[in-house]
Design a protein. Structure first.
Lengths: 157, 157
DNA sequence: AATATATATCTTAGTCACTAAGAGAATTAG
DNA sequence: CTAATTCTCTTAGTGACTAAGATATATATT
């Protein structure tokens, strides 16, 4: 799974490269695609970038015509970022090979097996979130007070 | 799964941050951990960075005492990069929360279910590799000659 | 053996995304 | 109605990255 993840990152890098946008720009497009219309601040949160960096990201994406800035009329400090669907499609094209490849894989499983995989995906995500929280906790603990955690050796493949 | 992947990337960013090394430095450590002793060129291949960038990565990692350069005696152009296990352990510590979280998830599955998950992980990885190849093929085809690929709309969660 | 070509890493100059700190504008609290 | 807070943007400076070419070793050709 770690290998898949790493390869997936590479895939994204290639797409960003071809689309002529920066890596984190594409990451933001991904978030916008998953979450819909979000504020600049939320993008900063989710990506782990500073708000200053996000300004740059959105500037570039807007210039490329991929997103639009929309001021919130209720709270005029906020800036919503919304994808421009037609333009975003052009980038989406590059994910077709990935979708097709994964579809092929998924097609080899029965409905019941797919349900298991879905459960695992959901629980796994919760696990990763929990791990992130635990990591933060670990970092707030001064090193000498940390429980002596042992890293398990993984078997070499 | 995409969410897990994105969150996993964030996790790695945090670890790199705390460990005081750059993101791609950590990525290289990961590869070294998975593949063992590899050449600088291989690192470039796997990470998608230029060889020049890898020189920088290895310089930083070596200065931090995390890896060692070892010249291949059979082919003295090659430089093997090898992790220094003791030093790498300190970074490994930060992955303990992730390991524990995932172990907790895996513990909720029977052996048979785990076999299914393993099969999926393996096939999924092959799928991602295949997708990468397909993407390269797509890029070698001039845009007007590309088959009209339709991106499937994913259901919003 | 000598020259040419290929392979592997490193060097250099320049670019661009990122951070930190703080400014500006709008909102909420006292 | 001033003060504190929230949200985005601006600015200056940093550092990892690329492209192109240098260096060193290995392999192929005549």
């Amino acid at each position: 799974m770690r290998r898949s993840s790493a390869q997936g990152v590479l895939y994204g890098q290639t797409v960003a490269n071809v689309a002529g946008i920066a890596n984190s720009d594409l990451e933001c497009m991904d978030i916008l695609y998953l979450e819909g219309r979000v504020t600049a601040g939320r993008l900063a949160e989710v990506t782990g970038l500073t708000t200053g960096a996000i300004t740059g990201v959105v500037d570039r994406l807007e210039k490329a015509g991929l997103v639009r800035r929309e001021r919130d009329e209720n709270d005029r400090r906020k800036v919503f970022i919304a994808v421009v669907p037609e333009a975003a499609m052009k980038i989406g094209q590059f994910y077709v090979p990935m979708q097709q490849a994964m579809e092929k894989v998924f097609n080899t499983y029965s409905d019941e097996e797919l349900r298991l995989l879905l459960r695992f995906a959901t629980e796994g995500y919760k696990g990763v979130l929990a791990a992130t929280e635990a990591l933060k906790g670990l970092l707030d603990t001064p090193p000498e007070k940390r429980p002596d955690l042992k890293l398990k050796k993984l078997r070499q493949p």
